[in-house]
Design a protein around this ligand. Structure first.
Ligand code: DOR
Ligand code: ZN
Length: 452
């Protein structure tokens, strides 16, 4: 078995950071030391020159479009982008074609991933108005380990998977054995705003109207409803892509009464604001909408304070030709899996957020929330999923890095770069490029342990 020693690293975990060494034996971490260990006979040693060493990212919110929409993206192309962004494990959302709303569809996706994925993979199961009893049957039959969580669209978005039947929603929130992930936007409010905008602008609705159509009120009302149900049933509720300061305050209070409530935001809400619609038009159209600078500031603050638990990229690629369509035809979604960590590093530097907090939101908390076995932490015995970050490196995103061919982050100089990545002890990224061995690495399915 090969024994690799990474030395002179700034080892960063959710609780501490120090200069030290980390050993890899086979596919696992064999030790972490403050000084070079005696008796560890390395077959290979690398001096990291003081660069940051963290657990590889677990991105629990991606839309890799496979199956059914693979002209936009596919599991092979997007998992390679993930690795280049320091993400070693991803969990894909169910709004594919067909949607992942049964174990059969999930197994099909898993099979595709076993053939094409470059990163460790897992999937959320999608809820509908009519599949709640089926989900319960799966759980009763001991299938909880096969999927990460149950995704509920309380507002409709790409894929039309709206769950708007209150009886079904209540049943879902009562399930208990799996985290319930929700997309919160109130359909009634959105519909009324859309009708008003269509009256004023006809077919030529400006993109700057997006945060007024998919308004903050729509998010606040829907998030309030999800929190109320999670309080009533003690649900492990994971609120996705939080985008307003009011929701942050609601979540802060809710966590005191139900600590199983957790929250995610995406790099897109930490980076962009409504001033960007003029310049970037449909390229920053996503659901929920990117809101004001004050919301962006509040989200950054919430990230610093721990109200935000995870960063999910919400990587949602569409073709550039689709994104250049007028408002009503332009699909919502932003590719961001590769920029997630560089954006986080840049925001952390601008806001004085310690690296330990990044380790929590980037890998440790997703591992905790979804019960991912033996990953997400720098710990002896855990899989060697690792990222080396050059804090002085500059990342300049380019659309050509994605199968979809564009990114709204094009040309922005982000501070911090992904230098190397190991997945299950194998070097997948070296000098910020796929390593010679990346195609020969052995990604694994994620194993989900039951929660509380
Ligand atoms: O902007 C979005 N794009 N929001 C979603 O909820 C879905 C996603 C997609 O799949 O395109
Ligand atoms: Zn999403």
């Amino acid at each position: 078995m090969s024994r690799l020693l990474l030395k002179n690293a700034l080892i960063v975990t959710g609780t501490t950071s120090f200069n030290g060494c980390l050993g890899i034996e086979g596919e696992r971490i064999s030790g972490i030391w403050k000084k070079e260990p005696e008796g560890f006979e390395a077959s290979w040693a690398i001096d990291l020159g003081g660069k940051i060493l963290m657990a590889g990212g677990i991105d629990a919110h991606v839309h890799f479009r496979d199956p059914g929409l693979t002209w936009k993206a596919d599991i092979g192309s997007e998992s390679e982008s993930a690795l280049l962004g320091g993400i070693t494990s991803f969990i894909d959302m169910p709004n594919t074609k067909p949607p992942t709303i049964s174990i059969e569809a999930l197994e099909e996706k898993s099979m595709t991933a076993s053939l094409k994925s470059r990163a460790n993979y897992g999937f959320h199961l999608g809820a509908t108005n009519t599949n709640v009893s089926l989900i319960k049957e799966y759980l009763d039959a001991g299938m909880a380990g096969r999927f990460a969580g149950i995704k509920v669209f309380m507002g409709s978005s790409t894929g039309n998977m709206l769950v708007d039947n209150d009886k079904s929603l209540n049943e879902l929130f009562k399930i208990g054995k799996k985290p319930i992930l929700v997309h919160c936007e109130d359909e009634g409010i959105i519909r009324a705003n859309m009708e008003a905008a269509a009256k004023t602008y006809g077919d030529s609705i400006p993109f700057s109207m997006h945060p007024r159509i998919r308004s903050r009120e729509a998010c606040i009302k829907s998030t309030g409803k999800a929190i109320r149900m999670a309080m009533e049933y003690g649900t492990a509720l994971h609120l996705l892509h939080v985008s307003t300061k009011e929701e942050i305050e609601m979540i802060r209070e809710a966590k005191v009464r139900n600590p199983k409530i957790t929250a995610e935001t995406s790099p897109n809400y930490l980076w962009f604001c409504d001033k960007d619609y003029g310049r970037l038009q449909g390229k920053v159209k996503c659901n929920p909408a990117i809101k004001s600078d004050a919301d962006r500031q509040a989200l950054r603050q919430a990230l610093a304070e721990g109200v935000i638990d995870t960063i999910g990229s919400d990587h949602a690629p569409h073709l550039v030709t689709e994104k250049e369509e007028p408002y009503l035809k332009c699909p919502s979604g932003i590719p961001s899996v590769r920029e997630s960590l560089p954006v986080l590093l840049t925001v952390a530097r601008e806001c004085g957020i310690p690296l330990e907090r990044l380790a929590e939101v980037f890998s440790e908390n997703p591992a905790r929330i979804f019960g991912i076995k033996d990953r997400g932490f720098l710990k002896e015995g855990f899989f060697a999923d690792l990222v080396v970050i050059d804090p002085d490196g500059i990342t300049v995103p380019a659309g050509s890095g994605y199968k979809c061919g564009w990114t709204p982050y094009e040309g922005i100089a982000l501070k911090g770069s992904v230098d190397m990545v190991w997945i299950n002890g194998e070097l997948a990224v070296s000098a910020s490029k796929p390593s010679a061995a990346t195609g020969r690495c052995h990604p694994r399915p994620l194993l989900f342990q039951s929660i509380g």
